[in-house]
Design a protein around this ligand. Structure first.
Ligand code: OOG
Ligand code: MG
Length: 255
């Protein structure tokens, strides 16, 4: 019996909209294809409410993230304009269930990138790169999920902050990253933690996008995935990320 895609999508969309946790998907695991169908259907509800797609995010591209969440397959999710938070601005804690933050880098596409591509072709499609913070928020109780649960839940994507864009004319293979909370260093990493090189995340993004019908148009953003484990957010904190050669970004959390 195939999963009830529409019902699961509605349940996860409501959980995200009303910041109320929902149980994991019950019964036999659904297929990966069905999980992406749930993701797509739940995002269509956002689009019907006026949001628009601005890009996609990769997940589980580092060992630290795989170990933290006990999932070791690469996954992706869709990003909408409503998830974009201003660099240096404030986000409201109330909008989330149990948010976490992780240090990433983002790519801006200058042309579509879809299917089987080489790292060189991926680089050629990049207009700019930036330091970025992703706020993830599983809609499942206790932040616990299986591979297909998390895919159905749009790979926990909930908000993101992008720092200053710069031309991709530097080597991004191994740039130091420090994520701080209230000015105190909280997580240290390197862009090398992202699949050995963040461009590999972009190559995988193009492949997953072709497989699961995810938008990779010119002008889209691609988040490469967390380089370190994620840290819990709470109200009244300031989070910042410094990436060697790329600069910094940050946001504060309000009630
Ligand atoms: C799933 C999303 C993973 C990343 O960067 O690895 C992710 C989760 O950890 O809740 O965004
Ligand atoms: Mg992430």
């Amino acid at each position: 019996m195939s999963a009830d895609i529409a019902a699961l999508a509605a349940k996860l969309d409501d959980a995200a909209r009303f910041a109320k946790a929902t149980p994991q998907i019950a019964g036999e695991p659904i297929s990966v294809g069905d999980a992406y169908a749930v993701q797509k259907t739940s995002i269509q509800k956002r689009l019907a409410r006026g949001e628009r797609i601005v890009g996609m995010k990769m997940g589980f591209t580092s060992r630290a993230k795989m170990i933290q969440m006990n999932v070791s397959d690469l996954i992706c999710g869709r990003l909408t304009d409503a998830m974009m938070a201003e660099d240096g601005g404030a986000i409201s804690f109330k909008k989330f269930v149990h948010p976490r933050v992780e240090p990433e880098v983002a790519f801006l596409l200058r042309k579509p990138l879809i299917g089987k591509v080489t790292p060189l072709q991926a680089l050629d499609a990049v207009e700019a790169i930036a330091p970025a913070l992703e706020i993830i928020d599983s809609r499942y109780e206790n932040f616990k999920f299986s591979l297909t649960d998390v895919i159905a839940d749009n790979s926990s994507s909930s908000a993101f902050v992008i720092g200053p864009w710069r031309k991709p004319d530097i080597d991004i293979a191994n740039l130091g990253m420090v994520m701080s909370i209230n000015g105190r260093p909280q997580a240290f990493g390197s862009t090398a933690a992202i699949l050995g090189h963040p461009l590999r995340s972009l190559v995988s993004a193009a492949r997953l996008a072709a497989e699961f019908d995810v938008d990779m148009s010119a002008g889209n953003i691609v988040m490469a995935g967390g380089a370190t484990a994620a840290s819990a957010l709470s109200a009244h904190i300031y989070v910042s990320l410094e990436v060697e050669a790329l600069g910094r970004c940050g946001f504060s959390v309000e009630d």
